[in-house]
Design a protein around this ligand. Structure first.
Ligand SMILES: Nc1nc2c(c(=O)[nH]1)N[C@H]1C(S)=C(S)[C@@H](COP(=O)(O)O)O[C@H]1N2
Ligand SMILES: [Mo]
Length: 197
């Protein structure tokens, strides 16, 4: 792991404007999970979007893979201070999924196999900013990293990128998810260091 000493912090950021404040670079891909890794066979996997009117849209794995697929090259930033630059993913944009859904809700809660939740405003999920990703680095997403599929919201701290995601449930206000109830910031912008509250 390429961990730079604190003394180089100022110069490092000048050298790498892609690194948000207080972050260091790693070449590794650390695994951070609050519980055991669920194993979900793709023939049992579904993804649901539930609106504020309790209308549910469901995709099976095959239906999901038949949607337009995008390649995503992006940096990721964990609140525990590691950042990884230039990661490559494939996934379906939340814009594509939401095009099939009728909602005016401003907020969503992501739900996962295993019970993890995280809240994200719709403004951070739409406009080409977020995906349900199923490949990393040209290979199927490993179970430890959220496979078969995870939310990818790379402009926010990585705890918002819910692994094993299986639903987005619209909510009328920005209610906190798992880590947000445990002291993490409601929003999580790495550039303004919205870490804890
Ligand atoms: N379902 C689920 N998603 C999760 C987590 C988790 O514990 N469970 N941890 C979050 C946190 S804190 C981080 S930093 C990233 C870590 O993703 P990685 O293990 O692929 O590096 O996943 C996020 N998504
Ligand atoms: Mo994290």
């Amino acid at each position: 792991m390429a961990v730079f000493s604190r003394g180089f912090g100022g110069r490092r950021r000048e050298a790498d404007p892609a690194l948000p404040p207080g972050q260091y670079l790693t070449k590794d891909f650390p695994v951070l999970s609050a519980g055991p890794t669920p194993r979900i066979p793709t023939d049992e996997w579904t993804f649901r979007i539930v609106t504020e009117k309790a209308t549910t849209t469901t995709w099976t794995w095959d239906e999901f893979l038949a949607l337009p697929i995008e390649d995503i090259d992006t940096d990721i930033h964990c609140v525990t201070r590691w950042s990884k630059l230039g990661t490559s993913w494939r996934g379906v944009s939340i814009d594509t999924l939401m095009a099939e859904v009728d909602t005016d809700a401003q907020f969503a809660m992501a739900h996962c196999y295993g019970g993890y939740t995280t809240n994200v405003p719709m403004a951070d999920l739409l406009g080409g900013k977020a995906w349900v990703a199923f490949e990393f680095d040209g290979a199927p997403l490993a179970p430890e990293h959220g496979g078969p599929a995870r939310l990818l919201v790379p402009h926010l701290y990585f705890w918002k990128s819910a692994k094993w995601v299986n639903a987005l449930v619209m909510q009328d206000r920005d209610r906190p998810g798992f880590w947000e109830q445990n002291g993490y910031h409601l929003h999580g912008d790495p550039w303004t260091e919205e870490r804890y509250w």
